[in-house]
Design a protein around this ligand. Structure first.
Ligand code: FEO
Ligand code: CA
Ligand code: CA
Length: 677
């Protein structure tokens, strides 16, 4: 069958790349800009005032002479010493991981490792859903840690398992979404479902500073889309659009999926962001071009705006709830932020509709000056938006009161103006265009169709907002990973490059240093890529070496000293840099602002997720996702897509019988002490 609706680009050799390449969003009328806007955006006055105009932009503005001595031409300010005390790694790409000298990077948890006390040992040739439900899931993404004792030597690791790559998970299968799922069975689908979701795992540090899993930890648990009951709460809970034949109440859902980045709340709960949920929904009705025929769907416009159904997995062949022909409302029950109490294995996870429905990348929290909870959240798609949520109540010592903070509050979407101001526009029914005559009959409609509400408000279409990290002082950093489909006529000040392959990072300073402010200012911290290539238009602090130039920022975190760290996911663009993905210390202050240093490198084909620093700053948790898959067609000497039998690396086991395994890595300093201090 012709399946053109799934990305069928020969350049995409695995599911991770196909996810990234997928884009079926209709043209957004707010994307057009005048040529004056384009010029101002591309070589903006604000960049020049800040003294951070990149080498390539300088060359374009000031002529070819700038190219003859780019490092000297770009030199600005006096050099000060890096705040990141380590010797940077040399960039490269090989079968294993690397960390800066003086540090240990140990494998803590691998796909298949036992999580619960009675879990069987992993047997890759005899996988079952029953075993996988008790073992560590696939494609670890977000990692959070919450201590269980005063010195932080015991704690709970909270890990998202975003998706599965059948071609390197199962022997003899190959990639199924390009083969009409001919090799899939219900048993394999059930294993995939059991490998999605999340894991709570107790870990402990011994007297030598080494971390290990506590196998009989009483709070260890798996959360999956196969069998974990959860509730819906907030303004959309119970709405008819959330009701299904299995759940006429519209308040109970089985499971969560495609949990990408996330966050921890000040009261120790874990937020799992549901990202590419549209990819899991199925239809049997295809048009002549092999695309979903939504003509009989009452919510066809909403489905199209969310790119659903994606038909990336065969779950809908075996489960009616993932088939929109049979249960169209199930689609509306995914795309939310899920809250889990890791300390209480009996507590039902909650999907909070107050935080809106979109392709949630992350959900990093902070508090406003007067104690309201603020959550920054990206919608990771080309030309989609940056959001934040501000709770109605304030954070306190009262856990019952805190439990309501994600149920009542205001969701905002960002408009980045040319003058350097950012305006947070409230998604509130009855305000502005969000009225019944425009298709929003209630606040439930506004939240279920948050993308459409944000369109109506005139939010700024961004270059794929991934993770966003608030610092607590009114400053936040937004990772914009790339957008190769932005045209010259679609540029704006906050998204200043056409066909942006390498992405950029925006810094927001909220008014009065208050994360709840509805206005602030913004600036571009770095434009990523190789600054030696004029056409790339990269912009780094000129003291950055080529080891520090990266592409496609994705996840980010602050350490215990308020320093920013950024990890990357180049996807199919891996071959454009030849560099593995990694973790970089990114200066945000002083004369080294925009300076980047490479600290950790992934094995070939892996993207780097996490990162998360333990509160004492002495332990760093990293998640290496899909090792051996991204960009392997461009790997010299390999030049093909990885399979179970023939992967580009067998990291981390290097056992000829074992495929590569997504794993959590724990980084500590040799001899102890804080990282990079
Ligand atoms: Fe799952 Fe947007 O990365
Ligand atoms: Ca991500
Ligand atoms: Ca983060």
């Amino acid at each position: 069958m012709d399946r053109k609706h799934i990305i069928d680009d020969p350049q995409t050799c695995n599911k991770a790349e196909a996810f990234e390449a997928f884009d079926d969003i209709p043209a957004n009328p707010s994307l057009s800009r005048t040529i004056g806007d384009v010029i101002a955006a591309r070589y903006g006055r604000r960049d020049m005032l800040k003294g951070l105009l990149g080498v390539s932009a300088s060359a374009a503005l000031f002529g070819a002479s700038a190219l003859t001595a780019p490092r000297q031409a770009a030199a600005v300010g006096a050099q000060s010493s890096s705040r990141y005390a380590f010797d940077e790694l040399t960039w490269g790409n090989d079968e294993t991981h690397h960390v800066a000298d003086g540090y240990e990077a140990d494998i803590l948890l691998r796909w298949g490792d036992p999580v619960t006390a009675d879990a069987p040992e992993f047997d890759v040739m005899n996988q079952s859903a029953e075993a996988q439900l008790q073992q560590f899931g696939y494609n670890n993404d977000y990692v959070g840690f919450t201590p269980l004792n005063a010195d932080g030597s015991r704690g709970l690791l909270c890990v998202n398992h975003e998706y599965t790559n059948e071609e390197v998970m199962f022997p003899g299968l190959g990639r199924q979404d390009k083969a009409d799922f001919a090799g899939m069975t219900k048993a394999l689908v059930d294993i995939e479902m059991a490998a999605h979701g999340g894991s709570v795992v107790e870990i402990a540090r011994n007297a030598h500073g080494k971390w290990s899993v506590v196998r009989d930890g009483g709070m260890n648990r798996r959360i999956t889309p196969l069998n974990t009951a959860m509730s819906l709460d907030g303004p959309a809970a119970g709405h008819p659009r959330l009701q299904t034949s299995e759940d006429p109440s519209g308040t109970e859902v089985i499971g969560t999926l495609n949990n990408c980045a996330g966050g921890m709340t000040p009261w120790g709960t874990w937020l799992m962001a549901e990202e590419n949920f549209h990819g899991y929904f199925w239809t049997d009705k295809l048009d002549a071009n092999g695309k979903p025929d939504l003509s009989a769907q009452p919510e066809a416009a909403q489905m199209q705006r969310y790119g659903a159904p994606g038909r990336w997995y065969a779950w809908g062949k075996y489960y009616d709830r993932f088939n929109i022909d049979k249960e169209p409302n199930e689609l509306n029950r995914f795309g939310w932020v899920v809250e889990v109490d890791p300390r209480n294995p009996q507590a039902k996870p909650v999907k909070h509709t107050a935080l809106g429905r979109f392709r949630h990348e992350g959900a990093e929290t902070t508090t406003s000056r007067d104690g309201h909870l603020v959550v920054y959240m990206g919608d990771d798609a080309r030309f989609d938006y940056q959001y934040k949520y501000v709770s109605a109540g304030t954070v306190s010592q009262d856990s019952a009161a805190n439990a309501k903070l994600l149920s009542e509050g205001t969701l905002y979407v960002a408009r980045f103006d040319q003058d350097g101001s950012v305006h947070w526009l409230p998604l509130v029914h009855g305000q502005g265009p969000l009225t019944a005559e425009n298709g929003f009959a209630s606040q439930a409609d506004v939240l279920i169709d948050a993308r459409l509400a944000a369109d109506a408000l005139g939010a700024t279409p961004m270059d794929r907002p991934e993770d966003a990290q608030p610092r607590g002082d009114g400053t936040a950093y937004i990772m914009l990973t790339n957008n190769s489909r932005r045209g010259e006529d679609q540029l704006d000040a906050a998204n200043p490059r056409a066909q942006s392959s390498f992405g950029h990072i925006i810094e927001i300073k909220e008014d009065s240093g208050d994360h709840a402010a509805t206005r602030g200012t913004w600036s571009i911290l770095v434009k990523c890529g190789d600054p030696q290539l004029t056409e790339v238009g990269a912009q780094w602090n000129p003291e950055t070496s080529e080891n520090g130039w990266f592409g496609s920022p994705d996840n980010c975190a602050f350490d215990a000293d308020g320093r920013l760290w950024v990890s990357t996911d180049q996807g199919s663009k891996w071959g454009k840099t030849g560099k593995s993905d990694g973790l970089y210390g990114m200066e945000t202050e002083g004369s080294l602002r925009g300076h980047s240093k490479l600290f950790f490198r992934c094995p070939v084909g892996g993207e780097l997720c996490g990162p998360y620093f333990a509160p004492d700053g002495e332990t760093l948790f990293l998640a290496v996702q899909h090792p051996g898959t991204d960009g392997t067609k461009d790997l010299k000497g390999f030049e093909r897509a990885s399979t179970f039998e023939d992967p580009a690396t067998r990291w981390p086991d290097f056992d000829p019988q074992m495929p590569p395994r997504p794993s959590v890595v724990v980084v500590t300093r040799k001899g102890g002490g804080k990282i990079a201090v």
